[in-house]
Design a protein around this ligand. Structure first.
Ligand SMILES: [Zn+2]
Length: 315
């Protein structure tokens, strides 16, 4: 009997012994992460697809109102990502958009395999986005102008430019040139698509050459840079616009800031690679909030088509 009493006292941690109020037990109970439990239950309270948290001001935004506001936070005006289809809907007159090359899809030329194969990646992104590739092209009406419009979508493999993006944009530019139409491309991209190697890089030259023929006809091209526009796209058609405009706060650059910092071994200036910084330094011509984009594009097209007809009259 005496032995039994002794063992119980020494252990002290016997959970069946409810009366034991040893201080050793207290720290144990604090390791049960009660805070995590609270946040999990809060998360469950927010129905998915109803609210979105603003990445800048952390305000909870009602999705319906956010959609009506073109995915711009109605508290701090932060521009959240918008899909290509939503963008087209916000810019062209209802039912006026005729899509081109809608079924064009990428081919796995290099039979690329990494963690997963290129084919399975394409399939996964096609299923999740409902797109065939990272750009939608077509001709639509914006105000009184018929416009060749290309809109990139970052949700499809980071808006990367492979053969399909390059080919669809080239065909769009060539259609604009043949039909004498102004052109606008809404850009967002992580750059050339690594899964297609050199075939992706060749799209830079192809799109640039097509734009040169468009420019030769003195037809206006407006490039709109949205968050983020980088690398091979930035170094080709994105910065070849007669007018280059950007959305507020968009990250725009060729190489990423860390690569530049490591290469130059220099501190980068504040705001480096933002639309605002590039406006101050003359790379872009204007910053236009998303909600004003349609009106401003109409205004610029009015102005540019007027000067174009004056040029033709003089010639
Ligand atoms: Zn906000």
């Amino acid at each position: 009997m005496a032995t039994t009493t002794f063992v119980k006292k020494t252990l002290g941690l016997n959970k069946t012994e409810g009366t034991n109020k040893s201080p050793i037990l207290k720290p144990e109970s604090t390791f049960k992460k009660p805070k995590l439990g609270v946040s999990q239950s809060r998360k469950k309270d927010i129905p998915e697809g109803v609210w979105t948290k603003c990445p800048k001001c952390s305000a909870m935004l009602y999705d319906k109102e956010l959609d009506e506001n073109l995915k711009v936070c109605y508290h701090c005006h932060f521009h959240l990502p918008i899909t290509a289809r939503e963008r087209i809907h916000s810019l062209v007159e209802t039912c006026s958009f005729e899509e081109m090359d809608a079924s064009m899809t990428s081919v796995d030329i290099l039979q690329f395999t990494g963690v997963t194969s290129y084919v399975s990646k394409l399939e996964a992104y096609q299923n999740s986005t409902g797109l065939k590739d990272a750009v939608i092209t077509g001709v639509g009406k914006l105000g009184r102008h018929r416009l060749a419009l290309g809109v990139m979508d970052f949700t499809f493999l980071g808006g990367s430019m492979g053969s399909v993006v390059g080919e669809k944009l080239t065909r769009l530019i060539e259609t604009a040139t043949d039909k004498g139409l102004p052109l606008a491309i809404i850009c967002t991209s992580g750059g050339a698509r690594m899964y297609e190697g050199m075939f992706s890089l060749m799209q830079m030259a192809k799109t640039s050459a097509a734009l040169a023929y468009h420019a030769k006809k003195k037809l206006p091209y407006i490039s709109v840079l949205t968050h983020p526009t980088t690398a091979g796209v930035m170094a080709s058609f994105a910065t070849l616009g007669d007018l280059i405009i950007a959305e507020p706060g968009a990250m725009i650059g060729f190489a990423g800031p860390r690569v530049i910092k490591d290469t130059t071994q220099a501190e980068l200036p504040p705001g480096f690679q933002t639309a605002e910084f590039l406006l101050d330094h003359g790379l872009i011509d204007a910053i236009v909030p998303r909600k004003e984009l349609k009106e401003k594009l109409g205004f610029y097209l009015d102005f540019m088509s007027q000067s174009q007809s004056q040029d033709t009259a003089v010639a």
